[in-house]
Design a binder for this molecule. Sequence first.
Ligand code: ZN
Length: 76
Amino acid sequence: MPIRYRCRHCETEVGQLPLDSIDEAFLQKNNIEPEEQHIYIQTGAEGDYTIQCICEECQTSLQKFPSYYALKKWIQ
Ligand SMILES: [Zn+2]
């Protein structure tokens, strides 16, 4: 079951990792604290994982219009 990366802003699938599980090394590599795991990593019904990340496009927009994204996040 691949691990999917999905942009948390536009929900575009950014990529997949051919991994079966998430281990400590993976979390360290992605700078995710074990206690933050539930925020960034969603477990699907089939035991699949989706990592919440940010795509290049949103990253660029975020740098250009930080207030827009802050506002959007606040409304949600
Ligand atoms: Zn995006």
